[in-house]
Design a protein around this ligand. Structure first.
Ligand code: 5AD
Ligand code: SF4
Length: 567
């Protein structure tokens, strides 16, 4: 499935896609302050620091003080989590993370290339870093702002000073506020910061990136992140350009020293790469073949996370349910889910993304049997037409997919199902599209992330005929979104009056307004007169519904999220 993780992660972190995972309008309305965003309550701050440092403190003191790095992430949750690991590795080597470009010695973009738009966004960001005199024509980009003119110009002399202005305990990902210029290069630290492109675009374009943006000096795909400190060192000692582009490594990017940015939900990659060969998808190329992590190693990390106070973990993989334990234990994915859920202190286990072909009854049975396994499955269908599914090489028919849905609908717990859909795949006829619409009726998804087909390099569909025009793709997308919106509205309205457990993840600036997720991953915005704190689990009764979220009122006496880890 697509992008670094089938659930198309930008939708979780992004703002405008429909789905159960967020309701930007409502969030804006309430000005929700999310956990990790800064303004949170005092006892929670402590816990957050404890969790954040859990990984990094596992290592000895950094070897020596080095420079500063700025790290911005594009794309999916898998990328977000890779960035947490990259940050952990660099922090452990003595680098300091900064939130502003103008404080960075090393600027890293962890990129996405799942659709053309995502790739374009990265190139335009790189374009902003173009040095003023690159062509010798446009001096405008090279001018420094007065505020920065006093900065020491010799980078090697001021490493420690450099960390002061923008040093942060946060995750980075913040740009210079002033984007009014075509370039931010003139606002960067004096000297030449190292500019590196990581992730899927790096892997996809390889050395080409040096051609398109010659001011980039480091290009590194996800299978080579382990080598990052070494690559940076090579640049610091005089190399002009370095790459890490192997994908044939057996290793997973496993590290003890992850810097976790989300204080409430810990991400864990259990399988990297993808062995499916969906004809539209660049992921098998950018992330290489499937490599699963040994179950004992996964469980050890979950225990560490629980000790650090995490109550919710999310297991990640492009096709997470294709997990194949490489150790003698040979745990099935469903066994691993149960084992993770049994770790003392863990209260919620999520997983994404599942591939329909490998989605078996054992997973549903695990969800039925173990309340801590969340009642949400993200199962991308991509199309409702068997003919299109065949052209996409999805390895299942419409009917086979619907059988999986029926299996989940028959479960003892009510499982929320979400999906991904591509419209306008080459050869998709009006009739094929109608079948996708009728599949929405049949499947009754609680969220769908829909995309216009985007031709990608290195993919078989690039050579397919019968292209659908951009206009027609947009028309189909709009119809699909509207239909799914109505389905979600109706489904959510049926929940009014029911009560769900919610993990408290955000607080509104408005008095008594909070937000969080249910086990089914629905966003719940709720009112409370009680004493909630971020990280608590509370019972919330639904009083209203929108297509993308629920509105509710909480009961008193929340359970302390971190208290549960101790008993
Ligand atoms: N064009 C459009 N959407 C795509 N996806 C993956 N590749 C493409 C592409 N070439 C979508 C799929 C996948 C999601 C993460 O991104 O729906 O599940
Ligand atoms: Fe998902 Fe298919 Fe892409 Fe693999 S190839 S990541 S299964 S869309």
């Amino acid at each position: 499935m697509g992008k670094a993780f089938d659930i198309g992660l930008e939708r979780l972190t992004g703002t405008s896609v429909p789905g159960v995972t967020g309701d930007p309008e409502r969030a804006q309305d309430l000005e929700i302050v999310r956990a990790g965003g800064g303004a949170v309550l005092a006892p929670y701050e402590e816990t957050r620091e404890r969790r954040r440092e859990a990984g990094v403190s596992a290592t000895a003191e950094p070897e020596k003080e080095r420079g500063t790095f700025y790290l911005e992430t594009f794309g999916c949750q898998m990328n977000e989590h890779d960035s947490e690991k990259v940050a952990g590795v660099l922090l452990a080597r003595g680098y300091k993370q900064v939130e502003r470009l103008d404080a960075a010695d090393v600027i890293l973009y962890n990129t996405c290339s799942i659709r053309e738009k995502a790739a374009q966004k990265v190139f335009s960001r790189l374009g902003e870093l173009r040095p003023a005199d690159w062509t010798g024509k446009n001096r405008r980009f090279g001018e420094q702002t007065p505020a920065l003119k006093d900065s020491p110009s010799d980078r090697s002399n001021d490493r420690r000073l450099q960390t002061k202005s923008g040093e942060t305990g946060g995750s980075g990902n913040r740009l210079l506020e002033d984007r009014s210029q075509n370039s931010v290069r003139g606002l960067l630290k004096p000297g030449l910061p190292i500019i590196g492109v990581l992730g899927c675009l790096a892997q996809q374009e390889g050395q080409e990136i040096f051609e398109r943006a010659p001011w980039v000096s480091l290009v590194c795909g996800s299978a080579s992140y382990r080598k990052l400190p070494q690559l940076i060192e090579e640049l610091e000692t005089g190399n002009r350009r370095v790459t890490g582009l192997e994908t044939d490594t057996e290793e997973t990017f496993e590290t003890e020293i992850t810097r976790r940015d989300n204080p409430l939900r810990a991400y864990l990659t259990i399988i990297e790469g993808c062995d499916k060969a969906c004809s539209y998808c660049v992921v098998p190329f950018t992330r290489g073949p499937e490599r699963s992590r040994a179950s004992a190693s996964v469980l050890q990390e979950v225990r560490q996370l629980a000790d650090a106070g995490y109550t919710e973990v999310q297991l990640l993989g492009q096709t997470v349910n294709s997990y194949a334990d490489p150790s003698a234990r040979k745990m099935r994915f469903s066994d691993l889910l149960v084992a993770v859920a049994e770790v003392p202190g863990i209260r919620r286990v999520r997983f994404t993304t599942s591939h329909p072909r490998d989605f078996g009854k054992d997973i549903v049975e695990a969800i039925e049997a173990v309340p801590a396994i969340c009642e949400h499955v993200h199962l991308p269908v991509q199309s409702g037409s068997t003919a299109v599914l065949r052209a996409m090489a999805r390895t299942y028919t419409r009917d086979q997919y619907l059988e999986k849905i029926a299996m989940m609908r028959a479960a003892k717990r009510e499982i929320s199902i979400t999906t991904d859909i591509i419209v306008g795949f080459p050869g998709e006829t009006d009739k094929d599209f109608e079948e996708t619409l009728s599949l929405l009726d049949a499947a009754q998804y609680d969220g769908a992330f829909s995309f216009k087909y985007s031709p990608r390099p290195h993919t078989p569909s690039l050579r397919m005929a019968d292209l659908v025009s951009e206009g027609e793709k947009s028309r189909r997308l709009a119809i699909l979104i509207e239909k799914q919106r109505e389905i979600q509205r109706a489904r959510n309205e049926q929940l009014v009056g029911k009560t769900y457990e919610v993990l408290v993840e955000g607080k509104s600036r408005r008095e008594s307004q909070w937000s969080g997720h249910t086990s089914s991953n629905r966003v719940m915005n709720f009112t409370s007169q009680g004493e909630e704190s971020l990280g608590d689990y509370v019972q919330v009764t639904v009083t209203g519904a929108t297509p993308n979220s629920l509105i509710g009122i909480s009961h008193r006496n929340p359970l302390r999220g971190w208290a549960t880890s101790e008993g």
